[in-house]
Ligand binder design. Structure first.
Ligand code: PHE
Length: 339
């Protein structure tokens, strides 16, 4: 009897190996494990007719074989089900269907302007530096020679965070941070976000971007400042751009200037972007105040330098004739995808 069982075992194994579909596996199952006429059940039914000493061992073996075959059948089913699923998926894949369009993203127009300006100044051998957006009052005001009673320190001009921390209101902070860690000669620009509690309108936002510039060396003069900024304006706006230097005041530069460029939208004739004046202010600049050099421990007798700060949104608006700063921050793809 035992021999018979192992023969059945081998036979079942062979049959399953040959079964190539779920239907075929089901046939194997009925043949061996079927309630009526299944081979194993027939053996179990025949046990009472065996000599008593064979009954219990045959029963045990038959049950073990039944379990074994059940397990093989289950394995075969899982394997075939996987196979049938993938071949079904293959049949469903229609190569002639048109492709799915995945839109490409691209850099934000403000990032594009920053990258372009970085490129212009890199050619002039300027380093690119960065500073923190959460700043200490010292870097935003004190070290920049801004007196305690200066209006830019007022609550309505600066976001204070408490504990002498604030959201920087200008990138001039990076001038100090760079001079603290490096010795002259220095030639750098520092792009980044700045924050001011301005009421939001077509030209103001509570966050915008600036690019700071600083050079320090022996013998740097105002004509170097003028030369570098003229080169910059011509590179960014084109050779025929006109510039106007107006005397101004910043606590950390002396003398100081505000720089206007001829409105690139109306070519100086007057339009809504330039408030019909033909000029737009794009930069603050000046020669570094000796007090600032003293604060960072530079010899103010030996070194001179110039600094400038420009508004990135303003430059981008002028370049493309955009009349509302909010468009940059609303994340409307109909606007953004035009750049
Ligand atoms: N930090 C000034 C501002 O935000 C601009 C500036 C930078 C002026 C450097 C002079 C020198 O208005």
């Amino acid at each position: 009897m035992q021999e018979g069982l192992s023969e059945i075992q081998n036979q079942a194994k062979d049959d399953l190996a040959k079964a190539e579909s779920l239907d075929a596996v089901e046939q194997v199952r009925t043949r061996y494990l079927g309630r009526k006429g299944g081979i194993i059940n027939e053996i179990i039914k025949a046990i009472p007719g065996l000599p008593p000493e064979q009954r219990s061992s045959t029963g045990k073996s038959a049950n073990m074989l039944k379990q074994e075959i059940s397990k093989w059948i289950e394995d075969a089913r899982v394997k075939l089900a996987d196979k049938e699923q993938t071949s079904e998926a293959k049949e469903m894949f229609d190569l002639s269907l048109p492709g799915e369009h995945k839109p490409y993203g691209h850099r934000h127009p403000i990032t594009q302007t920053i990258d372009e300006i970085k490129g212009i100044f890199r050619k002039l051998c300027f380093d690119i530096e960065y500073g923190p957006e959460v700043e200490h009052e010292y870097y935003n005001f004190d070290a920049l020679n801004i007196p305690a009673d200066h209006p830019s320190r007022e609550d309505f001009d600066t976001f204070y965070l408490g504990n002498k921390r604030l959201l920087r209101s200008q990138t001039s902070t990076v001038q100090i941070r760079v001079m603290e860690k490096k010795k002259p000669p220095i030639r750098m620009i520092a792009p980044g976000k700045v924050f001011r509690p301005d009421t939001v309108d077509a030209r103001h936002a509570s966050m915008f971007h600036q690019i700071e510039g600083l050079t320090v060396d022996e013998g740097v003069s105002f004509s170097d400042l003028k030369y570098v900024l003229t080169l910059f304006a011509q590179s960014y706006f084109g050779q025929d751009v006109k510039m106007r230097f107006r005397p101004s005041f910043f606590p950390f530069t002396e003398p100081s200037a505000e720089i206007d460029i001829s409105c690139s939208i109306c070519k100086g004739k007057g339009c809504s972007v330039c408030s019909h004046s033909g000029w737009v202010e794009v930069l603050g600049a000046g020669m570094v105040d000796p007090n600032v050099f003293e604060t960072v421990g530079y010899d103010a007798e030996k070194y001179t330098g110039f600094a400038f700060g420009m508004g990135v949104e303003r430059l981008t608006m002028l370049r493309y004739g955009i009349d509302n700063i909010r468009l940059f921050f609303e994340n409307d793809l109909r606007f953004l995808s035009q750049f």
